[in-house]
Design a protein around this ligand. Structure first.
Ligand code: 9MR
Ligand code: 9MR
Length: 601
């Protein structure tokens, strides 16, 4: 035998496996250096509702039995492991520990003799309450134009960044009334992500998702208190937080023509520095159809919601609706103003090299804006020239695909529409349920028992937001049908995000035992605090490696690295946190609906 095999432990194993498969394969496993606690057991590291489904996935086990034990290792439940029907993307069958029938609240670990112990987890009511709150509170930490006081921000308190009271109109956006260099004020807003820029397109879906969380679960969301500066002002905190961005968005419309600037940005990405140290000039850049329609949609929705707070927010609902209408009118006369940053940079200066959020197809933005305007005004004029069902596709929402946001709004408000209901509504409802069925069919056969691990196509830049948005879609389908299976599978994707996945990470900073410590996030990287800002969802597995940072595996659901430089896998972003906030809070609101009947003995 060639001695080079002995240089490498792994190759040795491979060779032995090939030679005498079963016998040595076992010893190969047995000789493996013991993994860290929890590595072979993939589980929601936060926990489970007492009466809801509970599963963990065991990798590399030959055992057939698992135990639930107290933290003091006292056995409280014993179950049989079942092998998954289908292999994981890595090509291996997994073992499934289902302890749904164990209901007793407490703090536990799961134990399999040859795989070791899981991370600890809890079984209790409101088990996701803290992470659900934190997912919204994360937006407070993303605020521009305000110092974060210790009272609200704890050890992450910081000075004000980006007052944005003197923003320049970029030459790409110049008009007679606002020539290049005109100074406007565009305060507030959330930083988009790891960077300090503010983009309307991405703000659109993010703000709307938070508004929808309130619109869909008003009773529960009124109980959610976030300890932010506005807390206690009579407006629910989720709306207070959404307002921080909404008020900025309102400044991004040119009052002279109704068009909306694509973004408020530095010319180039800042260094990794704290927000107050980043003082390069800021610009509003070129108006566009996508930005203007997303703006119209959000403002129409906001108007509907804030009309319930005339005392606390006088005039706000009217302003939102007025601005939504002028935005719509601009878009109708500018139906194809693409934001093409490269083309723009050939004509205008200074060069703008920050995020593009460029979109070339506005059919979906027209559908979304028309739907929100219709539901708010009951005026069918918005449906004129709009084909609500332009094709068969039912894409999970993303910043550049917002058709379903329109469908969600039409469906959930159908009972208020009366004669203004579009004739396509029954077909849209049918498609919504068929889409939900597509999502859940076969999820129970997958290696991790989630909707997310059905398709490798879900693993692109920001894949964790796909997991969260699939969950949101299932909750919409549940609202329409009351089919409890949709909720069960929405929960499976929260389990995915919190640890039952190919990496073993809980992808939300600060929640779980193994969570990202080095997100691509400028404040977390430069504030001198070891822990990153909590409640942020990182982008997640993405074999694309557009950032040039090598991930440990290019198997789709394993292509993740907790590296500060890895913006294609480990950045955070407002449009990723919003569906997490929706999913976690919606499941908190619906936790009693998740109850499964106790099995008859
Ligand atoms: O920090 C930037 C991040 O927010 C973006 O998502 C990413 C892609 O546009 O770009 C990051 O900025 C990097 C830039 O593109 C190239 N030079 C290094 C920057 C920081 O890592
Ligand atoms: O989330 C965006 C992703 O879908 C795109 O593929 C990627 C490259 O264009 O950009 C992502 O958005 C980034 C934005 O351009 C700048 N801020 C950070 C965003 C998250 O990485």
């Amino acid at each position: 035998m060639n001695s080079k095999y002995f240089l490498n432990y792994k190759s040795t194993c491979v060779l032995l496996v090939l030679l005498i498969q079963t016998v040595f394969a076992n010893s190969c496993v047995a000789f493996q250096a013991p993994g860290k606690e929890g590595d072979s057991i993939r589980i929601n590291q936060v926990g489970f509702y007492p009466n809801a489904p509970k599963k963990a996935i065991i990798l590399n086990t030959k055992d057939t039995i698992f135990y639930i034990e107290t933290i003091q290792k006292k056995q409280v439940f014993k179950g049989v492991l079942n092998v998954s029907t289908k292999p994981s993307f890595a090509g291996v069958l997994t073992s499934i520990a289902d302890f749904t029938n164990f209901h007793t609240p407490g703090k536990y670990i799961l134990h399999v003799a040859d795989a070791g112990y899981s991370h600890p987890f809890e079984i209790k009511k409101a088990v996701h309450k803290d992470v659900a709150d934190a997912a919204i509170k994360a937006y407070y930490f993303m605020r521009a134009s305000i110092p974060l006081k210790e009272k609200y921000a704890g050890k992450w308190s910081r000075a004000e960044g980006h007052p944005d009271i003197a923003v320049l109109v970029h030459s790409s956006a110049a008009t007679d009334k606002r020539p290049a260099g005109t100074i406007i004020s565009a305060q507030r807003g959330w930083y988009d992500a790891g960077d300090y820029n503010k983009y309307i397109v991405n703000s659109g879906i993010s703000t709307s998702t938070l508004l929808s969380l309130y619109e869909d679960f008003p009773i529960y969301m009124k109980t959610v208190k976030l300890n932010i500066p506005e807390s206690g002002n009579g407006v629910p905190d989720v709306l207070n937080e959404a307002l921080w961005n909404l008020r900025w968005m309102l400044t991004m419309q040119d009052p002279n023509d109704g068009g909306v600037y694509n973004k408020l940005t530095n010319a180039a990405f800042d260094k990794f520095e704290m927000p107050d140290q980043s003082t390069s000039p800021r610009y509003v850049v070129e108006k566009g159809t996508a930005a203007t329609l997303d703006f119209a949609a959000v403002m129409a929705q906001a108007s509907r919601i804030f009309s319930n707070y005339p005392k606390e927010l006088p005039g706000l609902a009217d302003s939102c609706l007025k601005q939504a209408k002028t935005a719509w009118a601009w878009a109708v006369t500018h139906p194809d103003s693409v934001y093409n940053q490269d083309a723009m940079n050939k004509k205008y200066s200074p060069l703008i090299t920050t995020g593009g959020y460029g979109d070339w197809n506005f059919k979906d933005e027209f559908i979304w804006a028309a739907s929100e305007l219709l539901v708010t005004t009951h005026d069918t004029i918005y449906l004129k020239n709009i084909n609500l069902i332009p094709d068969k596709s039912m894409p999970v929402p993303t910043w550049n695909q917002v058709k379903l946001l329109g469908y969600y709004t039409l469906i959930k408000n159908s009972n208020t529409l009366g004669v203004s209901a579009p004739k396509e509504l029954p077909e849209i409802e049918r498609r919504m349920l068929a889409f939900a069925d597509d999502l859940i069919n076969g999820a129970g056969e997958t290696a991790y028992q989630t909707v997310m691990d059905k398709s490798r196509r879900s693993f692109g830049w920001g894949s964790n937001s796909a997991a969260a948005n699939q969950g949101v879609a299932l909750i919409q389908a549940w609202k329409l049908s009351n089919n409890p299976e949709y909720l069960t599978y929405a929960l499976s994707n929260l389990d995915y995000i919190l640890g039952r996945n190919g990496t073993g990470y809980s992808f939300v900073t600060g929640y779980g035992s193994k969570t990202p410590m080095h997100p691509h996030h400028r404040p977390s990287a430069s504030d001198g605090v070891i822990d990153p800002i909590p409640g942020m969802l990182v982008g997640g597995p993405n074999p694309g490696m557009q950032d040039g940072i090598k991930v440990p595996s290019i198997v789709p659901d394993e292509a993740y690295i907790d590296d500060e430089r890895a913006y294609a896998a480990n950045e955070i972003a407002i449009n990723w946190n919003a569906p997490l906030a929706y999913l976690a809070n919606a499941l908190e609101a619906l936790q009693n609906e998740l109850n499964i009947p106790a099995k008859k003995k």
